[in-house]
Ligand binder design. Structure first.
Ligand SMILES: N[C@@H](CCC(=O)N[C@@H](CS)C(=O)NCC(=O)O)C(=O)O
Length: 206
């Protein structure tokens, strides 16, 4: 029997992997270690991820880190409808996963921290504004890519949608009126039962 162990509390980037494991219906052992836990920077955790960060995953002793890579690996290893069905779909799933990490993640994080999450007095409105401005180009690219389609790759929900929507979790707090296709697609992805279950695991009332 395959043994899967996921490291990382749900209220972190680990959420992305919890969503994926839920989609695949895979049972797993959960080690909800926090990003602030000193044990991240010590063995045995550093044997799993020498960067001392979460999420990290072990499957029958095989260790892997980086949230996007973990989800692409899980799709490859366990298959199902969310997995790419051809070399082209695999290429596009990789493309979207790299894209969201390089074009979206940093700016959406800066925006949400300084526009929504920090107490008002501690926010940096200029940083939020700069980040929001930088997001316009990739959001427009995503809007264009979704024109006339419900999902990013093929005609079904795949790991490409999951990885992009998961990194864009904080987009749920953003006014996306200028990008109606992105708005509908993001809601579609996050309203899946596997996604809602992941959000409940991090304490969201959904
Ligand atoms: N690129 C990595 C980033 C991982 C990451 O930064 N994780 C944070 C929690 S969300 C962490 O472990 N922080 C602890 C630290 O940096 O010491 C991924 O997507 O998995």
């Amino acid at each position: 029997m395959t043994t899967i162990k996921l490291h990382g509390l749900a209220a972190s980037r680990t959420l992305r992997v919890i969503w994926m494991l839920n989609e695949l219906g895979l049972p797993y052992e959960h080690d909800p270690i926090s990003f602030s836990d000193e044990r991240l920077r010590q063995a045995p955790f550093t044997d799993v991820n020498p960067n001392g960060r979460i999420p990290a995953l072990e499957v029958d002793g095989f260790a892997i880190y980086e949230s996007m890579a973990i989800n692409l690996y899980l799709a490859d290893r366990f298959g199902g409808a969310v997995a790419p069905a051809s070399a082209e779909e695999r290429g596009l799933a990789t493309q979207w996963s790299f894209w969201v990490m390089t074009e979206i993640e940093r700016d959406i994080t800066t925006w949400v921290v300084n526009a929504r999450l920090k107490p008002e007095g501690e926010r940096d409105p200029a940083a939020a504004q700069t980040a929001l401005a930088a997001l316009q180009r990739p959001l427009q690219a995503l809007e264009t890519s979704l024109k006339g389609r419900d999902y990013l790759v093929g005609d079904r929900f795949t790991v490409a949608d999951l990885n992009v929507a998961a990194v864009m979790y904080r987009g749920l707090l953003m006014d996306l009126a200028a990008y109606p296709g992105v708005c509908v697609w993001l809601q579609r992805c996050w309203s899946r039962e596997a996604a809602l279950a992941a959000r409940r695991a991090r304490g969201d009332q959904v």
